[in-house]
Design a protein around this ligand. Structure first.
Ligand code: FAD
Length: 500
């Protein structure tokens, strides 16, 4: 039986492992951290659970192909899906607007807030309805598996949106609340089509939450992998891929050990692999993305508090614009709050976890990472962020003043240390309006039997993309086997999955 060594046990690595096992390989996952799951994780702090990842999981609609894939991977299936009424609520000047699951209600709510924008609101809702028909997005009553050209033919206005950033889209509206509502979920620089896709996904019931949160989801995927006969080592950091005459032979680890295999899959940030673990340059297309101004890297500063549940007057995610001091420090207009009343096990009775997140640009990510080397300066910077965030929350919700208790805070430097991404990113590139999300092959130039499976191959990354890249890497290994005449039909098996 051929052996596949997978470096990194996040969602991409677990997906690669599951498909490798299903395709008849003997696979091993080597993960540098002490548990599997990568960014899909969570942790305990003083009797509370902090959830690191899922704000929405694309693929919760049972009629989509992605749902079936998540079931195959253990992420979904046999687990309750929490159907939130809204993905997020935005508030400005006392007016609230929510991205609710019912698109008709969304349209009516937007019209009630901004009757002056009736034309643009109707055009936007119609475009969202069209995106729901795009293959993989809408699920039941939506997914007509239209190609991009079909879509543009049916809804030429999508072409207009595809050229815009979210900020430019927002500027087409006169009403300030609508503008903030549109800009606050992704950043202003993000492609407007990406925002329409989120709207279409959520209003199709295809972006809900798996009960139990991110850590439980990772554990289910790890269990699925192990139950298929895969093996995993944690605390095992790959430091060198050993290659002879264009064929990878083994990987050397930081503990001095070496594992040989017939094929190798590398997950994680390519910037931390090439010219470091893998001797040589990354694929040209990928290199261009890191250099391009249209594709940006980002991360976030986050903190978690405990608070009294009864004092919160919103559900799920809540976004608002704190005052100038916050913007000056963080560079962001928006603070995202998330409460976890839907997960009773995350907090003691009558309490909940309130998590705050502010997205930061690449320069600020690097600042956190540089300062991390000097504990005093790093702690000072963290404290400055915590202070402006706490002040902003108390200003918005004065009743929380006596109830808020800081549980934890984490930064781009935490992500860098935890999962080895160069700038502490947890997704791949944010792409601007006017550019399409690029897909990069998993082949590694000059090495026949080593492949990439990372969310960086397909912006903007995220869980479904990580999982898909893992599956595709196995498909690439199979296709090499097929072209070598070893096993016909194997590619088909990997593409559609099959039970042992
Ligand atoms: C705050 C936050 C919110 C998010 N919200 C969402 C959301 O709502 N929806 C969504 O779809 N996605 C979301 N994501 C993104 C999602 O978590 C990631 O896209 C996904 O987990 C990436 O998986 P991955 O396997 O590609 O990478 P990672 O999770 O980074 O896994 C890579 C793994 O490789 C390991 N590794 C790296 N180098 C080595 C080495 N040399 N040797 C051994 N191991 C190594 C790392 O330790 C890591 O475990 C969010 C992430 C965060 C942090």
């Amino acid at each position: 039986m051929e052996k596949v060594l997978i470096i990194g046990g996040g969602v991409a690595g677990l997906s690669a492992g599951i498909y490798a096992q299903k395709s008849g390989y003997k696979s091993i996952i080597a993960e540098r951290h002490d548990k599997l799951g990568g960014q899909l994780t969570g942790w305990q702090r003083g009797g509370y659970h902090v959830d690191n990842c899922i704000h929405w999981l694309t693929g919760t609609n049972k009629n989509t192909a992605l749902y079936k894939r998540w079931k195959e991977l253990g992420m979904l299936g046999g687990v309750d899906i929490i159907k939130a009424e809204s993905l997020y609520t935005y508030e400005k000047g006392g007016v609230r607007l929510s991205l609710c699951a019912d698109i008709k209600k969304l349209e009516n709510d937007m019209l009630a807030v901004a009757p002056e924008d009736v034309g643009e609101i109707k055009a936007l809702i119609s475009a969202v309805e069209t995106v729901k028909k795009f293959s993989g997005t809408g699920g039941e009553n939506g997914d007509e598996k239209l190609s991009l050209s079909d879509i543009l033919f049916r809804c030429p206005s999508l072409l207009r949106y595809s050229l815009l950033t979210v900020g430019e889209l927002a500027n087409m509206f006169d009403n300030k609340v609508i503008r903030g509502f549109l800009c606050s979920l992704l950043t202003k620089d993000f492609s407007a089509i990406a925002l329409l896709t989120v709207f279409a996904t959520f209003t199709s019931g295809n972006g809900y939450l798996p009960a139990g949160g991110s850590l439980k989801a990772a554990q289910r995927m790890a269990e699925r992998y192990l139950s298929l006969g895969g093996s995993a080592y944690c605390n095992k950091e790959a430091v060198r891929l050993n290659v002879e005459k264009g064929r990878a032979r083994s990987v050397t680890f930081a503990d001095g050990s070496e594992i040989s295999a017939d094929a190798f899959i590398f997950t994680g940030d390519p910037k931390m692999l090439f010219n470091k673990v893998i001797d040589g340059d990354m694929p040209f297309k990928l290199k261009r993305l890191y250099k391009s101004k249209a594709y940006k890297r980002f991360s976030a500063f986050q903190c978690a508090y405990s608070c009294d549940l009864a004092l919160l007057n919103f559900k799920g995610d809540f976004i608002f614009e704190p005052r100038y001091k916050f913007k000056k420090l963080t560079g962001s207009d928006y603070l995202v709050l998330k409460e976890f009343s839907h997960e009773s096990s995350f907090a003691p009775e009558n309490k909940t976890v309130l998590q705050a997140m502010v997205v930061v640009d690449e320069n600020r990510c690097r600042d956190f990472i540089d300062k991390y080397r000097d504990k005093e300066r790093y702690d000072e910077l963290k404290k400055a962020y915590i202070d402006v965030i706490t002040a902003a929350i108390i200003k918005k919700f004065p009743k929380l003043k006596e109830s808020l208790y800081l549980l934890d805070s984490w930064t781009p430097a935490t992500y860098r240390n935890y999962t080895l991404t160069e700038t502490g990113s947890f997704m791949s590139f944010a792409f601007k309006g006017g550019v399409l999300p690029k897909k990069v092959s998993g082949k590694i130039p000059g090495i026949k039997n080593a492949f990439l499976a990372t969310q960086w191959q397909h912006s903007p990354g995220g869980l479904p993309i990580a999982a898909e890249c893992g599956r595709r890497a196995v498909e690439l290994i199979l296709s090499r086997r097929v072209s070598g005449g070893v096993e016909k039909g194997a590619v088909k098996k990997a593409r559609f999955g099959y039970s042992k």
